[in-house]
Design a binder for this molecule. Structure first.
Ligand SMILES: [Zn+2]
Length: 145
């Protein structure tokens, strides 16, 4: 569910940014184009709207496009930062797991060995053995004494 949400955020962010850029570009082009045409003669088929052509009629697209870009960037940040934080969380969890495993291994190595080996002579031991059957070293483990 959360993966689908992040994927949706990324797709929505990309669509919003691209659409906002297109709208803002159209608005800017129309805005500066209208300024450029304000002193020039208009083509005959546009002369009937010469009075309105001084005002950039498409400039509203910029005001729609810029918030779309901002919203898209926010969606992209949410989508990709979520992955980044999840990646960091996985890494830290793996580190904690390794440290805890190392601690447990060291704890058992100090008594009977991690795989049931005698800590003095290395002879494989029964997991429930209390003394090494070869050298007689006590295989004291947590919980057995
Ligand atoms: Zn031994």
């Amino acid at each position: 569910m959360t993966r689908n949400l992040r994927t949706g955020l990324r797709i929505a962010g990309i669509v919003l940014v691209l659409g906002g850029v297109v709208l803002a570009a159209i608005g800017f082009i129309d805005f500066f184009g209208s300024m450029g045409h304000s002193h020039d003669g208009l083509p005959g088929d546009l002369r009937h709207s010469a009075g309105e052509s001084r005002f950039p009629t498409m400039f509203w697209m910029t005001f729609v496009g810029l918030p779309m870009i901002a919203g898209g960037v926010a969606c992209l940040k949410a989508g990709f930062l979520g992955v980044a934080s999840r990646y960091v969380a996985d890494e830290s969890q793996a580190a904690v797991r390794q440290v805890s495993q190392a601690a447990a291994t060291g704890w058992r190595a100090g008594s009977a060995g991690p795989a049931g080996f005698c800590h003095r002579c290395g002879t494989p031991q029964q997991q429930d053995a209390r003394f090494c059957h070869r050298c007689g070293a006590p295989t004291v483990r947590p919980g057995t004494v």
